[in-house]
Design a binder for this molecule. Structure first.
Ligand SMILES: [Fe+2]
Ligand SMILES: [Fe+2]
Length: 179
């Protein structure tokens, strides 16, 4: 049931046999078990790395140490932009090409990326002005948005991608490791 558990959008009632109706998500191939969560694991791990950078930036602002805040904010924005780039330029286009049902959730994810990229610019400006309250507000908003956003990707889009992009999963995951 591991494969089935990683595909929450697919209702799986019976083992094998009946999946010819949905060839885009072959969910009962035992030989693929070890490959089932490469994308989910890599991108979820990168979410956690970004979460740590966000927490570090929040801690710096909380301490009011402006020499550290600039570095922490830059590291956060850089890590999140890199993650978004991997999704926007590779993962999402490849998923949408193979599995058309993903187009709508991907559109939502892209609009949320755009919303967060605006906040990155606002944060950089606020850090430049040493505006503590604005920095805290932006980081708090980013915290909320990333929790919502990441949850949707981890529960829906990444498992979908693991099902649809099996042969490319390692290559796509490597974007985060070496990008
Ligand atoms: Fe995303
Ligand atoms: Fe993501």
């Amino acid at each position: 049931m591991d494969n089935a558990a990683s595909l929450p959008m697919t209702q799986v009632k019976e083992p094998p046999r009946g999946d010819s109706q949905n060839p885009a998500i072959p969910i009962h191939q035992a030989s693929d078990t070890s490959m089932a969560s490469i994308i989910t694991d890599a991108f979820t791990q990168d979410h956690h790395a970004c979460d740590h950078r966000l927490a570090a930036a929040e801690a710096c602002v909380g301490r009011g140490d402006w020499s550290d805040i600039g570095t922490a904010a830059e590291a956060l924005v850089s890590a999140m932009n890199r993650h978004f780039d991997a999704e926007e330029q590779t993962l999402f286009p490849r998923l949408a090409e193979i599995y058309r049902v993903a187009a709508n959730p991907i559109e939502v994810m892209l609009s949320e990326h755009a919303q967060m990229r605006v906040l990155f610019e606002d944060l950089t400006e606020a850090v430049g002005r040493q505006d503590r309250d604005t920095c805290l507000g932006i980081l708090e908003t980013l915290h909320f948005l990333t929790q919502q956003h990441n949850s949707k990707e981890e529960c829906v889009l990444y498992p979908m991608a693991d099902g649809a992009l099996k042969t490319q999963a390692g290559e796509i995951a490597d974007l985060l490791a070496h990008g």
